[in-house]
Design a protein. Structure first.
Lengths: 335, 95
């Protein structure tokens, strides 16, 4: 069966002879976003380089690392200090097997919902604080993944992801053994996507986790709405995040067309499991923010949120800058 | 638990079935696929860019064509765009 698959992959993969020959690209993002929560100031500095190395017509090696420093003043008036966390978020080899399937091997982002895979980088996310349920979406995994998108009709595409991951305790490459997958339906005419994820751990308590996601950006108004629900042994919760770009405002157009207003409301309910990255009690949080796109790749961002929890309420403020770059490492050209 | 296992089984079977099926030599008309990658119009590519990429990205500058060839391959994997979308968007972004 495996030999048959490999043979079929080799035979059916397609070339695009008229398209430009791709070159390696060094991309990435950086962010400096101080966060003030519960009277504690944390200077969050993130640099996240992405390396993309294509070869042939069907292969791509891609990797993203993250260097994040969360610097706090342990005593009032003292210098900010803290350690820099270094992590390989993904280091994967992709093979475009055919029109509908890409095979990925290596270390990849856990394909749970939409936030961790698509929205996590500082230059993409609308609010710089993480959703409360983000730890439920799991860490990166080492293994094999099949994924792709299939047009079911001119109005709807089916996208799917399924994986098997291995246990690893290697430093910076930790992974849990498990299987799982995600299915989604995307309606391009409405820019609407709905989907669900289910995962099963093959270690320890052999627990399940599942979730649902929703995303829409109607063409008629500059509005985007995203939402996720996640359930695991450690807890469950949801978030909904509308964003509105002021491009429809007629006055001060030079400014308003670059300005986006964002909100997010979320709830988290504790479960039975242990996870120190999750809130210690049931929590609700409302946030409002604004993003201003200064120029290509550079964005100013600010937000205010109020967290309600039986462990104590607190305000959370953020303000900072994010930057994204793309640097081709070669001239390429057309064949 | 049983439902979960069935769901995972279906998910695992799906890509294997796709891998073992040849792409249609003549794509179904309803999909609006093109038999060669050179036939995509820039307008069609722009439409597909708006439907897919603009969901997360503000309109970016058009990068060097060779860089776009790499980035679109990256986005095919990351954002689950279809093969047709990938070629049409590449045409739009490199013109």
């Amino acid at each position: 069966m495996l030999a048959l698959c490999v043979f079929t992959i080799t035979v059916t993969a397609q070339d695009a002879p008229s398209e430009p020959r791709p070159v390696p690209v060094l991309s990435g993002s950086a962010g400096e976003v101080p966060i003030v929560g519960g009277g504690q100031t944390t200077l969050v500095s993130i640099i996240s380089p992405v390396v993309l190395v294509p070869f042939g017509g069907k292969w791509l090696v891609e990797s993203r690392a993250a260097f994040e420093g969360d610097f706090t003043d342990q005593e009032p008036g003292s210098h900010f200090g803290g350690k820099i966390n270094k992590e390989v978020e993904y280091l994967q080899l992709d093979y475009i097997a055919n029109k509908y399937t890409t095979v990925t091997a290596g270390r990849f982002l856990n394909p749970f919902g939409i936030y961790s895979e698509r929205l996590y980088p500082v230059w993409i996310r609308n609010l710089q604080t993480d959703p409360l349920i983000l730890p439920l979406e799991g860490e990166s995994r080492d293994g094999v993944m099949f994924r792709g998108s299939v047009p079911l009709s001119s109005a709807v595409n089916l996208n799917y992801t399924t994986f098997f991951s291995l246990q690893s305790s290697t430093n910076k490459l930790e992974s849990d053994r498990g299987i799982g997958g995600r299915l989604g339906l995307f309606f391009p005419g409405h820019r609407l996507e709905i989907g669900g994820t289910v995962e099963h751990a093959l270690v320890e308590d052999r627990s399940n986790r599942f979730g649902f996601h929703f995303e829409q950006q109607p063409f008629s108004i500059p509005l985007e709405v995203r939402a996720e629900y996640a359930h695991a042994a450690e807890g469950s919760g949801w978030w909904i995040e509308p964003g509105y770009t002021l491009s429809g405002v007629r006055w001060l157009k030079a400014i308003t067309r670059k300005t986006q207003l964002v909100g997010r409301y979320q709830q988290f309910y504790i479960g039975n499991g242990q996870n120190e990255d999750l809130p210690a009690a049931d929590t609700r949080m409302a946030e409002f923010g604004m993003n201003y796109f200064i120029c290509e790749g550079l964005r100013a961002t600010a937000s205010y949120g109020r967290e309600f929890s039986s462990a104590g309420n607190q305000n959370v403020w953020t303000a900072g800058l994010t930057y994204r770059w793309v640097l081709p490492l070669g001239r390429g050209g057309r064949p | 638990m049983k439902r979960c296992c069935i769901y995972l089984l279906v998910l695992c079977a799906f890509p294997v079935a796709l891998l073992c099926s040849s792409p249609d030599p003549k794509p179904a008309p309803v999909l609006k696929s093109k038999s060669t990658h050179t036939e995509w119009s820039v307008a069609e590519g722009e439409q597909r860019y708006r439907a897919n990429c603009a969901r997360c990205h503000q309109a970016p500058p058009k990068f060097q064509p060779a860089a776009m060839g790499t980035l679109i391959r990256h986005m095919r994997v990351r954002s689950m765009i279809t093969d047709d979308d990938m070629h049409a968007i590449l045409k739009y972004m490199t013109q």
